[in-house]
Write a protein that binds this ligand. Structure first.
Ligand code: SAH
Ligand code: SF4
Ligand code: F3S
Length: 466
């Protein structure tokens, strides 16, 4: 049965009814949504907090809450181990409070072998909700409260639709994340995301524009558009505009705010997108463009569908149009079959591009992905040694780039408190670089002119210009 692309108004209406019924049953309850993954995972958590709050729960950050939702990440083994350890710990909290409701949500809940493992060995868990079904959280909780099985997805097919109009409880007023699309079609050979998040589906541009308009009207200053591959926004729908046009439209909205986006896939990153960025002062001069590695042979085995030369030409074009653009990327070290020569290609590429910063990972085999069964002769030690060389090289580059900021002036968004010390606040430059500085808390959420006074490998120090 084909269900269409959007969850129907009747179905979301039913979830609202469930929220009302739960609210009537659980006065004074508490709920905790624990987040383990990427920005999309974080954005999903804000939606779940929104639903829980409508159900009458007070949102806390305690494992001892009446409802605990673990919003999991499956990207690497380390992430999964951390989650399983914490779910294990919840046997204690459930013993203290036998009515505690424990729900495992997020990307791990979309993996068949993990679902089976949790059902078998983690009996304290009341239900699993994958990323395609979490809009049914109210129904799940109502079922559990009324003594029924909370499980929504007994069948193996995920529900790949979009649910609009459900509540959201955002963590901040001055910065927000807006998912513009869900899922991924790319099947990079190492990656679990397409299996757990389903096929690409784009929200209606009218819904996105309305959401961003409301955020800006409400004082939001920094809006990050989210998707696994924002460059393929709209391609799943004949009527929809493409990502560059969507960004262009959003950039025309009235107000003082900045738009960011992630992630861009190099194979779909167009000159049109870079031109759109260059033409609008509202679009942040930051491009996160994951390259993964600097060897064409490995890129092909990864199923990335671009070459090093194509990648470098995109970087050249971006810098030609926006000389001040901040460039960041992701790298995987130790993909199956990566040789010393392949790895040197990665180091070469990094020296050529000089990224402002990098997210670096050692390849982690994921059950069910093609790369997990590719021959992988390199030892753990070789991989760690490569990883260290990569990090050292990037640290040198980042430190040098950060030193170049000293003495320069920037308009930055004061966005939060730092972890202590004299420099009690943090701000972000247009390109997303972090500035630590001293100032009054009441400034959080406003733009200010700042001068950079110092730098480390990871961040900048600055002061307000009076
Ligand atoms: N959609 C984004 C990436 C999302 S995952 C994109 O295509 O750019 C974030 C990063 O995690 C990836 O860019 C990749 O560098 C890393 N990653 C994904 N799967 C991995 C695996 N199996 N092992 C190690 N790193 C992985
Ligand atoms: Fe994973 Fe590739 Fe999709 Fe990114 S584009 S989420 S790396 S499959
Ligand atoms: Fe993790 Fe899922 Fe994001 S696997 S990185 S939470 S898309």
């Amino acid at each position: 049965m084909s269900k269409g692309k959007f969850v129907t108004a009747e179905e979301t209406g039913f979830q609202r009814e469930c929220m009302e019924r739960v609210r009537a049953m659980t006065q004074g309850g508490t709920a905790f949504v624990d987040t383990y993954g990427c920005q999309q995972n974080e954005a999903d958590s804000e939606r779940m907090r929104g639903m829980l709050s409508e159900m009458g729960y007070t949102i806390t950050d305690s494992n001892r809450s009446d409802v605990v939702v673990i919003n999991t990440c499956a990207i690497r083994e380390h992430a999964e181990q951390r989650v399983l350890g914490n779910i294990g710990y919840l046997t204690h909290t459930k013993r203290e409070n036998p009515n505690q409701i424990i729900i495992v949500a997020g990307c791990m809940a979309g993996e068949k072998h993990i679902r089976e493992q949790i059902k078998k060995s983690y009996r304290q868990v009341d239900a699993l909700l994958d990323t395609t079904t979490f809009w049914r959280l109210p129904e799940t909780i109502l079922n559990i409260l009324e003594g029924r099985n909370g499980e929504i997805r007994a069948e193996s097919e995920p529900d790949s639709r979009i649910a609009e109009g459900m509540p959201v409880l955002r963590q901040f007023k001055h910065k927000a994340q807006v998912s513009i699309m869900y899922g991924c079609n790319n099947f990079c050979s190492y990656c679990i995301v397409p299996y757990v998040r389903g096929r690409e589906r784009s929200r209606r541009s009218t819904d996105i524009i309305e959401e961003v308009r409301e955020l800006v009207a409400d004082g939001c200053k920094d809006i990050q558009l989210l998707g696994q591959n924002v460059n393929s926004y709209g391609l799943d729908s004949a009527e929809e505009m493409d990502f560059a046009d969507l960004l262009g439209e959003l950039g025309k909205l009235e107000g003082d705010f900045l738009l960011r986006f992630m992630t861009s896939h190099p194979k779909d990153c167009t000159k049109k997108l870079l031109d759109t960025m260059a033409s609008s002062p509202r679009i942040a001069r930051h491009l996160h463009l994951p390259v993964q590695c600097g060897s064409d042979r490995i890129l092909q085995a990864m199923n990335r569908r671009y070459t090093v030369a194509k990648y470098l030409s995109l970087i050249d074009y971006a810098r030609e149009k926006m000389p001040d653009i901040v460039l960041t990327s992701d790298i995987i070290v130790g993909f199956p079959g990566e040789t010393e020569e392949d790895f040197r290609g990665t180091l070469e590429l990094i020296k050529k591009v000089e990224f402002d910063s990098l997210f670096t990972f050692i390849f982690s085999p994921r059950v069910g992905t093609p790369a997990a069964s590719m021959p992988d002769p390199a030892t753990k030690e070789e991989k760690s040694e490569r990883f260290e060389r990569l990090v050292n090289l990037q640290n040198e580059i980042s430190a040098r780039k950060h030193r170049e900021y000293i003495g320069k002036k920037f308009r930055a968004l004061i966005d939060g408190e730092s972890r202590g010390g004299e420099m009690n606040l943090t701000a972000r430059t247009n390109g997303g670089r972090l500035i630590n500085f001293a100032g009054d808390k009441s400034l959080i959420g406003s733009f200010a002119d700042m001068e950079i006074t110092g730098a480390t490998t990871w961040s900048l120090y600055g002061k307000l210009i009076k």
